[in-house]
Design a protein around this ligand. Sequence first.
Ligand code: GCB
Length: 603
Amino acid sequence: MTTDPDPLLTDLLLTNLQSRRDDDHVVSLDGTWKLILDPYDSGLINILGERNKTGYFRDFKPRHQGDRVEYDFDTSTDIEVPGDWNTQHPELLYYEGTAWYRRLIEVDDDHAARASAGRSFVHFGAANHTTRVFLDGEELALHEGGFGPFTVEVTGRLSAGTHSLVVMVNNRREPDRIPAMRSDWWNFGGIHRSVELVHTPATSIIDAWLTMAPDGCLTGGVTVDGPEAWALEVRVSLGDEVIADVANLADGEQPIDPPSSAALGFERWAPGAPVLHRATWTLHNPDTGAVVDEVHDDIGLRTVRVDGTTLYINDVETYLNGISIHGEGPSGGSRAAGEADASELLDWAEALNANFVRLAHYQHDEAMVREADRRGLLAWGELPVYWGIDFENPATIANARRQADELVVRDRNRASMILWSAANETLPGDGRNSFITTIIERFRALDPTRLTTAALLTLPTNSPNTLIDDPLGEVVDVIGVNEYLGWYYGDREAIPETTWSSTFNKPLVFSELGAGAKFGHHGSDDEIWTEEFQAAVYRAQLEMINRQSECIGLSPWILKDFRTPMRVLPGIQDGYNRKGLVSEEGERKLAFELLADWYKEQP
Ligand code: GCB
């Protein structure tokens, strides 16, 4: 099925928001919003299938007695943003469909004057899955994808007074979406990350990035937009040093290519030893010296590369002692959001002595990657290209590409981020191969400095010696191996003797392995669902992994038990995948200490 893309489909993304927050140019729209559920989409479409003229997006009030308005945001349910709707109202736990959010924005005279002096944007950290944004009844943007950030321009629309921001969010599973019909995690709906109103000058820096290439040189880019762009330049500084001046700003993104000596005096960022330097991009008029706009970011400098089957960070051979993490908060089984959740999840990763986190299976909250930068943890970022994707559908490919852009453009200033993952457990085939190759090429075009990967569904063949020959191995830089020896297949006793290699002379990461255990459930290590059983699988796996010469690390499945409708075994799963090393409330299972000890012993 091919349809023309909706003209309101947005690909605008304003980055470096932290800088604008520091400078007081951001107004948070988080807090209590109003919510109307709409399983039949009747707030958008009337019975003739046309756009509903009195739809919920109009946020109508009856004007006279007898005026028929069949909804009222003011007296509807409250909902907190950021947050999923499923865990805020018990009756919405399984709700999949449309919900309408409304937030009134009060603009005073000062605020209106400030807005009219430049540009204004509403920035969404993420909303799952398809979002339509309306301001004062007018539709401004459509966004597809449940985990990527997006920005909607509202310049000229914020006069003094009260404005109605209405957001239609739909999380129905559809065959052409990403993810599609099935995933082993909860389909949390709603505006689950922060919403902010951002003010910038009329000509402003839309995106600015700087990172270290594998050869130790700095590289990056800057995008300026606005009527004065042609007359301006961007000065790029690192700490107190000017490292580049960038002109030709009217022509879209411009590269930043400082001389190779530019990075010399700066201490490197390394796993376990994070050092961040302030980078500043100053948009100015080179004739008058007037500063028009400025953004900054705290950036770590490190190199990452592979040579054959070895991974090097700052030219030091590095082993990834990792753990996979879902974007679910540390307690309460709801969608994770913000710094507090990121901090607690990464505390657990550090308690495990991990130096690496696989942020599975979709784009996590930006707070996670920023926190990983501050702590010196390496990270893997991933797209929700998961089971059952419609690989042949051009609209689905276009959507995946946009999601790739959102992930890379948001996170390419982060030293922690070393691997862009295009997919998880996809079945080989021409359509799949070409789809994922397109995504990998997109990653490389946007950011040639990092490595690419995909977690492959790797069933052991020719056991005990598995040879990985999935054609995707040719495309990626690092091969992710999801294997569940001792759980979904294979005898636990045989695990230590198993070998894994590929035909590609590339590093392997054991991106998933594990076993289910209910916290507090004890017994013999042959008794399924006990902590002892899970620990025994880990023991055998670690013995096996120790012997794999092509392996550069592992990210077992998974840090914490997480909600999923696929796991229904009463008394054991109760709606949770139990492969966590900690329970959904953070209680540590035996395998946690076992892995923590093993990581401590690693060089
Ligand atoms: C996998 C998937 C992951 C599942 C896990 C499991 O291979 O990548 O999303 O949750 O297995 O527990 O079965």
